[in-house]
Design a protein. Structure first.
Length: 332
């Protein structure tokens, strides 16, 4: 049986190597293709030096690159620079113009999904829907921690999409919302910064029990007289919810793409943090056929003690995806 869920990579995953000049854009695409990750998610502001001034020659280069490696551009990560001026924020009209500019470039590149930052107001997006429909680009609001699928702010976008009856506005889940366990790379970094191992373990156990973050912060900061590293380690819990994986199936009609965030993959190809083993069966059971796009963000937690190897981390995640997708398909 052919797997319904497809595999891809966000070029953001290779930010360490690209920043250090160790990988080019084509190196990243070639590597993704070599592991069967045929969907390429791009960040134009990071991946296109002349952005937003992209000429036809550059558009042709990207399209030719995809053909060369048997890949396709799957998602465009937009940014809205509301504070681009020092004296004021962008007006509503300026925000709409910026989003329309991104939609047009999406269309020129042949991309049909655009990641929209979570802070973009639903009423602004509503005014952009006619442009998205005209250009055939789905605007997916990034459901990023500490938000989740059923957060009131996120549901406002769902309500707008339903009221308009549009297929060009919805959501784009970031798998960070399914952080079931405290990331080992977080814990280890805070210990290196001075957190006492016993306090770090207390925080990990509190998260494991899903204790409200404010209680844990109080225990660490006041009762345990936590040092700055310990307090920071506890405060991170405010921004790391564990959403119910079973509810993702209910929202499949609203999304076309998934950012598969991860911080670390073990040598036996397992994610010690995120509940992919619970999420992927729900996606398969729901008949979802979009891309799981790797988004490796573990580099910043280990670069003080070891060389970052984003390729190996992404390779391991895709071996996990292959295993979990096959298992879910077999059980369907």
């Amino acid at each position: 049986m052919v797997a319904s869920v497809k595999r891809g990579v966000s070029l953001y995953s290779f930010q360490e190597e690209m920043f250090l000049g160790q990988m080019t854009i084509e190196d990243c695409v070639a590597f993704a293709a070599s592991i069967g990750a045929t969907g390429i998610e791009i960040l134009p502001e990071q991946n296109m030096p002349s952005f937003p001034n992209i000429d036809d020659r550059q558009v042709a280069w990207w399209k030719e690159l995809m053909v060369k490696h048997g890949t396709e551009l799957t998602c465009y990560d937009m940014f809205l620079d509301t504070k681009v001026r020092k004296d004021r924020w962008m007006t509503d009209e300026e925000q709409i113009d910026s989003i329309r500019r991104d939609l047009i470039l999406c269309n020129r590149l042949g991309i049909r999904n655009m990641r929209v930052l979570v802070f973009v107001r639903p009423d602004i997006l509503e005014r952009c829907v006619p442009y998205a429909e005209e250009l055939d680009v789905h605007m997916g609001v990034e459901v990023h921690a500490p938000w989740h699928m059923e957060h009131a702010w996120i549901l406002r976008t769902v309500e707008v999409a339903d009221r308009l009856g549009t297929k060009h506005l919805g959501l784009l889940p970031d798998m960070g919302i399914f952080m079931k366990h405290y990331p080992p790379v977080y814990r280890d970094r805070f210990i290196r910064q001075g957190a006492r191992p016993e306090v770090a373990q207390f925080i990990v156990e509190q998260h494991e029990q899903k204790i409200m973050a404010e209680y844990t912060i109080y225990e660490v900061a006041v009762k345990m007289k936590g040092n700055p590293a310990e307090v920071r380690m506890a405060e991170i819990l405010r921004h790391q919810p564990f959403a119910n994986p079973k509810r993702i199936r209910d929202y499949i009609p609203y999304f076309r793409h998934i950012q598969a965030k991860f911080y670390e993959m073990t040598e036996d190809d397992r994610d010690p943090t995120h509940a992919y083993d619970e999420v992927i069966p729900e996606l398969v059971a729901g008949g979802w056929d979009g891309y799981l796009s790797s988004e490796y963000e573990g580099n910043r937690w280990i670069q003080d003690v070891q060389t970052v190897d984003s390729r190996e981390q992404v390779r391991r995640q895709h071996r996990m995806f292959e295993r979990l997708i096959a298992q879910a398909e077999g059980a369907r």
